[in-house]
Design a protein around this ligand. Structure first.
Ligand code: FA5
Length: 352
C-alpha cells in the first residue's frame, strides 16, 4: 500500500476515534483529557503526521487540507460536547432536592460579649469620668522604683519579698534597675506625677500580679487606681468622691465607712467599707454578719511621694485610692471563687 493510502486510512480512523472518545467522556475534565490525547504534542494526530515525509509531493496539499479540516472538527465536537456536559450537570442540579442558601445554620453562631471583669472596669471608669477624672494607662512590667521605692516602701518591706512579687529581667531595662510585674496600680501615680504638672485627677485600671493563689486571691488580678493632686485638697474631698462613687455604683442609700489603715505612700491612710449590698447592713453570710464590706484602700498622698516626683509637698496636697476590680465584680455578681474569672469556661462567662 502506498504512503498516501496509509495516511488517508489513518485519518479516517482518527475521525471515527475522536468522536467516540468525546462521546464517552462524562465529565468536563475527562473531555479535556481526551482532547489532549487527540490533538496534543504527543497526540494521535501528531503521530500520524510523522508519515507525511513519505507522501508524494503532489498528494501533500490534499492531505494537509484534510488534516486542517479534521482539527476544526475536533474543536467543534469538543465545544458541542462541553456544552452538552455542562447542560447535563445543570439539569442534575436543578432536579436535585433544593439547597436553600438562606437557611440559618442549625447551631447558631455564639455571640460573644465583654468579660465580666472588663464590664466592671468600664462601669467603674465611667463613674469616675463623670466626676472629672481622666483615664490613663501604665505598663504591667514596671520598675522597682515606680512600684515600690518612690511610693516610700522601705527596702525591706515584706511586699518586696520573693514570696510576694514576681521579679522579672527585661532586656533593655536601665542598667542596675530591677523590674517586676507590678504588684498594684499605685505605680501609675508615680509615672503620672513625674511627667504631669498639677492639677490632675486621673484613674487607671489594669492587671497587677502577686504571688497569691486561693479562692479570693489570684496571681493576676485587676485594680483601679484614682488620684487627685492640687492646692488645698482635703480628706473631705476624698470622702465626697468615694461616697458619691459608692452610691452611683451600688445604688442610692449605700453608706461608706472609713477605717484608719496603713499604706507607706499615704498619710493618713484608710480602708473603705460600704454597707453590705446583699443585706443592706443587717448582717449576712457575705458580710460575715458585720453589715459592712471592704472595697478599697485610700489616703492623702504622703509628702515623701511628692518629693520623689519633684512636686512641692508644701504647696500641694492630694488623695489616692486603689480598689480590687475582681473583688468588686465578685460582690456585684455574687461569685464566691475568683478563679472562675480566669478559667474562661464559656458556661460561666455566658451568664453575664
Ligand atoms: C493596694 O494595693 C494599694 N495600692 C491600694 C491603695 C491605693 C491604698 C492608693 C492607698 C492609696 P491592697 O494590697 O490592700 O492595697 O490591695 C487592694 C485591693 O486589691 C484589695 O482590697 C483586694 O480587693 C485586691 N487584691 C489584693 N490582692 C489580691 C489578689 N491576689 N487577688 C485579687 N484581688 C486582690
Amino acid at each position: 500500500m502506498d504512503a498516501t493510502r496509509i495516511i488517508e486510512e489513518a485519518l479516517d480512523q482518527f475521525g471515527q476515534d475522536f468522536t467516540a472518545r468525546f462521546e464517552a467522556a462524562t465529565t468536563e475534565q475527562a473531555l479535556r483529557d481526551e482532547k489532549a490525547t487527540v490533538l496534543g504534542k504527543k497526540g494521535k494526530l501528531t503521530e500520524i503526521l510523522k508519515q507525511m515525509g513519505r507522501v508524494p509531493p503532489e498528494d501533500r496539499k490534499r492531505i494537509g487540507e484534510r488534516v486542517n479540516a479534521l482539527k476544526e472538527q475536533v474543536e467543534t465536537r469538543f465545544s458541542e460536547r462541553l456544552a452538552a456536559l455542562r447542560n447535563l450537570r445543570r439539569q442534575a442540579e436543578l432536579s436535585a432536592p433544593p439547597f436553600d442558601l438562606s437557611m440559618p445554620a442549625r447551631i447558631p453562631t455564639p455571640r460573644g460579649h465583654l468579660h465580666p471583669l472588663t464590664q466592671t472596669q468600664s462601669d467603674l471608669l465611667a463613674i469616675f469620668r463623670d466626676l472629672g477624672f481622666l483615664a490613663v494607662e501604665g505598663p504591667e512590667v514596671e520598675l522597682e522604683e515606680y512600684n515600690f521605692t518612690k511610693l516610700a516602701f522601705p527596702p525591706d518591706h515584706p511586699a518586696t519579698d520573693m514570696q510576694d512579687t514576681f521579679w522579672v529581667s527585661v532586656a533593655g531595662a536601665p542598667s542596675g534597675a530591677r523590674t517586676l510585674l507590678r504588684t498594684h496600680s499605685s505605680a501609675v501615680q508615680i509615672r503620672e506625677m513625674t511627667r504631669r504638672r498639677p492639677p490632675m485627677a486621673l484613674v487607671s485600671t489594669g492587671a497587677v500580679y502577686r504571688r497569691d493563689d486561693d479562692i479570693t486571691h489570684s496571681p493576676m488580678f485587676f485594680q483601679m487606681e484614682g488620684f487627685l493632686v492640687d492646692h488645698r485638697v482635703t480628706f473631705g474631698h476624698l470622702k465626697a468622691v468615694l461616697s458619691t462613687f459608692a452610691e452611683r455604683f451600688y445604688g442610692p442609700g449605700t453608706r461608706t465607712r472609713f477605717r484608719p489603715s496603713y499604706f507607706p505612700f499615704v498619710e493618713p491612710g484608710a480602708e473603705v467599707d460600704v454597707s453590705c449590698v446583699f443585706c443592706g447592713g443587717e448582717g449576712c453570710r457575705i458580710c460575715k454578719y458585720t453589715g459592712w464590706i471592704e472595697i478599697l484602700g485610700c489616703g492623702m498622698i504622703h509628702p515623701a511621694v511628692f518629693e520623689h516626683c519633684n512636686l512641692d509637698p508644701e504647696a500641694l496636697t492630694g488623695f489616692a485610692f486603689g480598689l480590687g476590680v475582681d473583688r468588686i465584680a465578685m460582690l456585684r455578681y455574687g461569685i464566691s471563687d475568683i478563679r472562675l474569672f480566669y478559667e474562661n469556661n464559656p458556661r460561666f462567662l455566658a451568664q453575664f
